[in-house]
Design a protein around this ligand. Structure first.
Ligand code: NAP
Length: 253
C-alpha cells in the first residue's frame, strides 16, 4: 500500500489481459479501483477478487466508444467510490488486415475503441481531476505506432494515442494532472494469442519466435506493464508528463 486509499483509479478494458493486471496492481498500491469493460463477468470477478483481499473496487460494464455509457459509468464510479483521479485508458481491439483488404468497419471500430474511447473517458474523468487539482492519466499506445504490417488501423490509433497524450499533458498540467503513454511491445495476452491464430501459428511457437527478436530474450507479461503504470500514477511521478515510454524489452524509436 503506497498511495492514499481514498484515491480512486479507473481502468478500462480491465476484464482481462493488461487491464486486469493493472487494476489488481493499483488495488495492491492502495487505490480504490473501478474496473470498466464490455465484459461484465470479467470486471465483476476482478472487483470481487480485490474486495476479498480487503480493497475497494467496483466492476462496471460499458462500451468506451459510447458517450452516454461513458458518462453514466464515470458518474456511477464517482458516486460509489469517490472522485476518480487516476485514469488508465487501456481498452483495445485489433482488426488486422492489409490495406487493400481492410474494410471501413475494421478501420472505424479500431479508431473508435482506442481513440474515441480514450477521448470520451478522459473528457468525463478530467472534470474530477481538475476539481481535485490532482490527476494521473496513462494511455496505452504500442510499438505498432512505429508501423506494423497488417495494422494500418491499429498503428494509426496507437500513434494517435501519443499525440493525444502529449496534448493532455499540455492542457491539464496546470491542474497538477500528468498524462503519459505506455507503448508495450509483445505482451502475452489474448490479443497476441489471436494474432498467432490469425497467422496460423501455435501461441507457444509464436511467443518463442518473438522472444528471439527481443533484447531481453522474452516476451512481456501484463505484470510488466502494471509495474510501469503503478509508477506513472504514483504521487512521486508528478514531474513526468507528456512522455511515451516503450516497454518492449529493448530500445524502440
Ligand atoms: P485483451 O486481452 O484483448 O484485452 C482488451 C480488453 O479491452 C478486453 O477485456 C476487452 O473486452 C476490452 N474492450 C475491448 N473493446 C472495448 C470497448 N469498446 N469498451 C470497453 N472495453 C473494451 O488486450 P491486451 O493485450 O490486454 O491489451 C490491452 C491494451 O494494451 C490495448 O489497448 C492494446 O492495444 C495494448 N497493447 C497490447 C499489446 C500486447 O502485446 N498485448 C501490445 C501493445 C499494446 P472484451 O473481453 O469484452 O472483449
Amino acid at each position: 500500500m503506497t498511495d492514499s486509499p481514498s484515491r480512486v483509479a479507473v481502468v478500462t478494458g480491465a476484464g482481462r489481459g493488461i487491464g486486469a493486471a493493472v487494476a489488481a496492481r493499483l488495488a495492491d498500491d492502495g487505490f480504490a479501483v473501478a474496473l470498466l469493460d464490455l465484459d461484465e463477468a470479467g470486471v465483476k470477478q476482478g472487483a470481487e477478487a480485490i474486495v476479498a483481499k480487503g480493497g475497494k473496487a467496483v466492476g462496471v460494464a460499458l462500451d468506451v466508444s459510447d458517450a452516454e455509457q461513458v458518462e453514466a459509468a464515470v458518474t456511477r464510479v464517482a458516486d460509489e467510490l469517490g472522485p476518480p483521479v487516476v485514469l488508465i485508458n487501456n481498452a483495445g481491439i485489433t482488426r488486422d488486415n492489409l490495406i487493400f483488404k481492410m474494410t471501413e468497419q475494421e478501420w472505424d471500430s479500431v479508431l473508435d475503441v482506442h481513440l474515441k474511447g480514450s477521448f470520451l473517458m478522459t473528457r468525463a474523468v478530467q472534470k474530477y481531476m481538475t476539481q481535485q487539482k490532482y490527476g494521473r492519466i496513462v494511455n496505452l499506445s504500442s510499438t505498432s505506432a512505429l508501423g506494423n504490417r497488417g495494422q494500418v488501423n491499429y498503428s494509426a490509433a496507437k500513434a494517435g494515442m501519443q499525440g493525444f497524450t502529449k496534448t493532455l499533458a499540455i492542457e491539464l498540467g496546470k491542474f497538477n494532472v500528468t498524462a503519459n503513454a505506455i507503448a508495450p511491445g509483445f505482451i502475452a495476452t489474448d490479443m497476441t494469442a489471436a494474432t498467432a491464430e490469425r497467422l496460423g501459428m501455435g501461441f507457444e511457437e509464436f511467443k518463442a519466435a518473438a522472444a528471439t527478436q527481443i533484447p531481453v530474450q522474452r516476451v512481456g507479461t501484463p505484470d510488466d506493464i502494471a509495474h510501469l503504470a503503478s509508477f506513472l500514477v504514483s504521487e512521486g511521478a508528478g514531474f513526468i508528463s507528456g512522455q511515451v515510454i516503450y516497454a518492449a524489452g529493448g530500445p524502440k524509436d
